[in-house]
Design a protein around this ligand. Structure first.
Ligand SMILES: O=C(O)c1ccccc1NCC(=O)[C@H](O)[C@H](O)COP(=O)(O)O
Length: 258
């Protein structure tokens, strides 16, 4: 499955990165960045209404190259000035053509919280996220043990980072709730065949208590898609491709939010 390849590539990347900047140095860099309050992010997403996370995404395993022209900072500023509640930045280089430096630049220039969208498999990546200025990280249930999820969620909170705990099915939702997730993302993309089905979010919404922010991820393209999710009391929507391919991003955000 693609997740196995992504984890293997992340492991190789980590080995190189830790050789260049050892953990102790990365911890120091993270310590030098002011610690935020993750509760502010959670409150932002449980506030009434539906909240859009705009994603800065150059490429993906399912679509290949999405944006040949990729002025990532301008794209993020455009999102920031036009009503998104957070910005997701892909930092995975091998399959998404992302870069942690994109996140660093974006976080220093926008007013909304920035999500490090990557395949976190080691605490080092949480220190890296904080050092780069992220406010949110993604923890994927499918690639972590329950113990790791517990530990990484605690560490994220200690570092002032909110976490979206990502689940794909009922069992993963139960695990996310058991480890104390305050924000759960449901990915509508089937990672075996890349098909997307919004009804994954509709179905799994019922299993998540209202005090936990529920984020629907992937395959959201139109106002009609968003209306279905609103009707199901979804708190947040994570949108990449539909925004990245929209020639007028401000108009697309307006259209999606209605
Ligand atoms: O986007 C992919 O092809 C993909 C493949 C394997 C693992 C994760 C993948 N995407 C990460 C995401 O969660 C999406 O970038 C995000 O939900 C936005 O999705 P979309 O609006 O469909 O671009």
């Amino acid at each position: 499955m693609i997740l196995d390849d992504l984890v293997a590539a992340t492991q190789r990347r980590l080995t190189t990165e830790q050789a260049a900047v050892p953990l102790a140095e990365m911890v120091k860099r993270a310590d030098n960045v002011p610690t935020k309050d993750p509760q502010q992010v959670y409150d932002r997403f449980t506030a009434p209404g539906i909240h859009l996370i705009g994603e800065v995404k150059k490429a993906s395993p399912s679509k290949g190259l999405i944006a040949a022209d990729f002025p990532y900072l301008d794209i993020a500023k455009d999102y920031d000035q036009n009503g998104v509640s957070a910005i997701s930045v892909l930092t995975e280089p091998d399959y998404f053509k992302g870069d942690i430096h994109y996140l660093q630049e974006i976080a220093s220039e926008v007013s909304v919280p920035v999500l490090r969208k990557d395949f976190v498999i080691d605490p080092y990546m949480l220190y890296q996220a904080k050092a780069a200025g992220a406010s949110i990280v993604l923890l994927i249930v499918a690639i972590l043990s329950e113990q790791q999820l517990n530990d990484y969620l605690k560490l994220a909170h200690q570092l002032g980072l909110a976490a979206i705990v990502e689940a794909h099915d009922e069992d993963e939702i139960k695990t996310a709730i058991a480890v104390g997730a305050k924000m759960i993302g449901v990915n509508n993309r089937n990672l075996k065949n890349f098909t997307v089905a919004l009804d994954n979010s509709e179905r799994l919404r019922q299993l998540v208590p209202e005090n936990i922010a529920f984020i629907a991820e992937s395959g959201i393209h139109t106002r009609a898609d968003v209306q279905v999710l609103e009707a199901n009391h979804v708190n947040g929507i994570l949108i990449g491709e539909a925004l990245m391919t929209a020639p007028d991003k401000a108009a697309k955000i307006k259209e999606l939010l209605g």
